[in-house]
Each structure stands twice: as C-alpha cells, then as structure tokens.
Design a protein around this ligand. Structure first.
Ligand SMILES: [Zn+2]
Length: 317
C-alpha cells in the first residue's frame, strides 16, 4: 500500500527515519520489498536517472507495481532521485511517482530557487511531493562527480528563504555525508551543529540525508579477498551518527552504495567459490537473500521496524 511521503515524514519526524533505497534490478526490488514485509517497515523506493537509462523507467515502475502485488502488505512510495527538469517533468506526467527530487544544488542560490520553484509548481498541481537540495555534497553519484574542495555545507542562514521561496516539501542538506564509497576522507563526519541550526530555523520540516550508506569494512575486505581492489580506507556514516541525526528532523536517509557493495561481494565470492557454475539465478538468489537481511538490519537501525502496521491502520481506506 502506498502512503504518501508527506504522511510518512509526519509520522516519523524526530523519532525514526524512512530508508530511501535506490533500485536498478529485479533482485534489488525483491530484496527491498521482502525486507519491508519482514521488518514491517515503511520505505521509499528510489529511481535515479541512471537507473532509468539502464533499465528504462517503464521497466522499473512495472517491477515496483508487480512487487506491490507480490508483497501486498508493504508500505511504500516511489521517489525520483536526483532529477533535472526533464526527468522530474517526465516523472510527474507519468503519474507513477509520489515524490520527485529536483537537484539544482550545483547552481547558485538564485538559480537553484528558480529551477526548484518551477518543478514544485508543476508537482503540486498533482499533489506530488518535492525534495530540493541546498549545499553541495562531495563524491560520485550517477554521472556527477564533486571534489571535496568544490563541496560546501548547507548554510543554515539560507534555509528559511530557500524553503519559503521554492515551496519545496523536504530539504536535502550537505552536512558532511558524501556520495559513493569513498566518504569522509577528511574524517570529519556529520556536522551536528549545522544540522541542529537547520532544525532550529525549520522546526518540523523534513530533512533528507544523501550518502547514508555505512560502507561496512568487513564487506570491503571480503570483496578484496575475492579479487576486488577497493580502497580499504573507504568509510561511510557510522550507525551512531545515523541514530544521532534522527532527532534533528532527518526523516529520509538515502542508501545506494551499501547495496552495490553487497552485489559486488556476493558475485565475486560466488565466482571465486564456484568457478564451474554460470547460472545467474544462483548468485541472484543469494543476492536477494543478502539484500533482504541487510535492509532488515538497516530498518532496525533507523527505528522503522514495526511502523508499517501502524501506518496501514491509519491510512487504510
Ligand atoms: Zn544523492
């Protein structure tokens, strides 16, 4: 069952967070929906422009629709991650997305306001939720790569004006998380004083953290042991930081890198351990199971376990 992001965030604000998970493949959709059932946790399923290029938007939406029938008790909504105008307008017109992100965070403040406002006006005609971004995250996401020197934290002094002028519904902030596997090379982590200041300026307003993967060192070591060459200094957001961020109004935490690492680990180990096998359904099944287990743990960390039933009762027509 779909529960709109506005309701999800109203329900979780300050007490737990909604995992927003990027999917590219059928195995990931199964793994995510199964975990949602097992943990009884609501979630957002996210589609990026690169995923749409890879699998096609129609294919991804059809898989999500199918999953909602296979797993009818899930509580979820569909979100477009990191869209530009063309992606967002297309997603709004399709009537298949409940929420879109317009990412104009790399532009100057005035241009960001203007570009965001345009999408908000279109989306709100259909009751679609809009996530905007202020501040620039470092790292690699889709085809965007930002060096650390070009990244900048969200300025708390700009958030009220930005939200008022754009009329956006949630705000992705740059407070020390980054995209991709090579996070925090400067070792600073989440800047809680900035997060706190943002919450003081925007009390009750949903805040979004991008780059919410943990980048588990054991996973990286296992990938390298099975032939990978990932940087073992890679690290992500610690579980403690995630837990600490939630009372500051962080309602949505984006997760992509961890599920890619998991894919790499499962498949590398499979080919190393079973050189005589070549059937995609064998590692595919292992990946689905591992994905489910991983997401069940993630829901638990975010405090979302058991919340789907409550939402079900509240919003069932
Ligand atoms: Zn992102």
């Amino acid at each position: 069952m779909v529960v709109l992001p506005k309701e999800l965030f109203k329900h979780c604000y300050g007490t737990y967070a909604i995992a927003a998970v990027n999917v590219f493949t059928m195995e990931q959709v199964h793994g995510l929906f199964r975990a949602g059932i097992k943990a009884d946790a609501p979630f957002l399923v996210q589609i990026t422009p690169v995923a749409r290029n890879y699998a096609h938007s129609l294919m991804l939406i059809a898989m999500i629709d199918a999953a909602s029938k296979i797993y009818p008790n899930v509580v979820y909504a569909v979100h477009l991650d990191h869209g530009n105008e063309a992606h967002a307008i297309n997603a709004i017109a399709s009537n298949k997305y409940h929420s879109v992100m317009i990412d104009a965070s790399h532009d100057d403040f005035e241009t960001n306001v203007k570009r965001t406002r345009l999408i908000v006006d279109e989306a709100h005609k259909k009751g679609i939720f809009v996530e905007a971004e202020l501040g620039v995250l470092s790292g690699v996401e889709d085809d965007i790569s930002i060096d650390e020197e070009n990244a900048s934290y969200t300025s708390p002094n700009e958030v009220v004006s930005f939200v008022e002028r754009t009329n956006c519904d949630s705000l992705a902030v740059a407070v020390g998380t980054s995209h991709g596997a090579y996070k925090f090379s400067s070792g600073q982590g989440i800047q809680f004083h900035i997060l706190e200041e943002i919450q003081q300026k925007l009390p009750g307003f949903p805040i979004v953290l991008h780059g919410g993967s943990a980048v588990n060192t054991t996973e990286v070591e296992r990938i390298n042991k099975a032939g990978g060459m990932l940087n073992e200094n890679a690290s992500g957001v610690t579980p403690e930081e995630i837990i600490k961020s939630i009372p500051f109004g962080v309602c949505k935490i984006n997760i992509a890198t961890d599920t890619r690492l998991l894919w790499s680990r499962v498949h590398r180990e499979f080919f190393l351990d079973s050189p005589e096998l070549f059937d995609p359904i064998v590692p595919g099944k292992t990946y689905m199971d591992a994905y489910e287990t991983f997401m069940v743990q993630k829901f638990d960390l975010l405090g979302a376990t058991g919340k789907a039933t409550t939402l079900h009762k509240k919003y069932k027509k």
